[in-house]
Design a protein around this ligand. Structure first.
Ligand SMILES: CC(C)(COP(=O)(O)OP(=O)(O)OC[C@H]1O[C@@H](n2cnc3c(N)ncnc32)[C@H](O)[C@@H]1OP(=O)(O)O)[C@@H](O)C(=O)NCCC(=O)NCCS
Length: 212
């Protein structure tokens, strides 16, 4: 297929074939090869440097205790392997430990193609939220993406996860409005919810990123 045919096929898909609705929110972020990322943690935290068995066990425990990702029931080693470890980018299992070496945050960067990857299973222990762990892990994942020649990072989230949506917007992700025909309307409701919860109108910031 020529480049022109592919472009026409893509346009036809977006007009006629894309789903009418999607329950989830899709976002993406281009990666500039020269962009600086700051993944610094507060001094009492550190990144896990090896995926030792006890770290994997703590990771599974953090996810299970949170109840945030129930679609696969109770997680175990085989689920972790299937959902994350099989496709994780080298260095893309971002795990944060506290001063007692307890695992308190996780974010995985999993490959979706030669030049793209996806944020998966982003979570901070409720006791440590609001201390910048989410943003630091996101920056670190973008740095890892850059080092692995990834040019685009995507993610899926839910309209109810307002803190996560705000974190992603702050990290430079933008809503993907092409994925479903109701995506723009859905995002408009999310921005209203963000405004109600925080008093911040993210639409302005979003419009600015679109205008760049
Ligand atoms: C989304 C998430 C990873 C953010 O991590 P974080 O380390 O708390 O991020 P930040 O330090 O930037 O703080 C984020 C928010 O927590 C708020 N916060 C402050 N103290 C808090 C506390 N004790 N408990 C909960 N939230 C708190 C901050 O004010 C900030 O709110 P805002 O984004 O509305 O301004 C975390 O909230 C989380 O694990 N959520 C549940 C899982 C989830 O939704 N994952 C995303 C899946 S797509």
């Amino acid at each position: 297929m020529t480049t022109q045919c592919r472009a026409v096929a893509r346009k036809v898909y977006h007009i006629f074939r894309r789903p009418a609705t999607s329950k989830q929110l899709f976002m993406y972020r281009p990666i500039d090869p020269a962009e600086p990322f700051s993944d610094e943690l507060a001094p009492e935290f550190k990144y896990a440097s090896v995926l030792a068995p006890e770290i994997l066990a703590q990771w599974i425990q953090l996810i299970n205790q949170s109840g945030e990702f129930p679609a696969y029931g109770t997680w175990d080693q085989s689920i972790l392997e299937r959902l994350i470890l099989k496709t994780v980018v080298p260095g893309g299992a971002i795990l944060v430990l506290d001063s007692k070496d307890d695992l308190v945050g996780c974010l995985s960067l999993c490959r979706t193609s030669a030049t793209s990857a996806q944020f998966m299973y982003v979570l901070v222990d409720p006791k440590h939220r609001g201390r910048g762990l989410g943003p630091a892990m996101a920056q670190r994942a973008l740095k890892v993406a850059q080092a692995n020649s990834i040019r685009k990072v995507t993610l899926l989230t839910d309209p109810t996860r307002i803190s996560a949506v705000r974190l992603y917007l702050r990290t430079g992700f933008v809503p993907d409005l092409q994925v479903a025909r109701d995506a723009a309307a859905r995002w408009s409701r999310v921005f209203e919810d963000v405004f109600k919860k925080t008093g911040t109108d993210e639409r302005e910031a979003y419009a600015r990123t679109q205008a760049k």
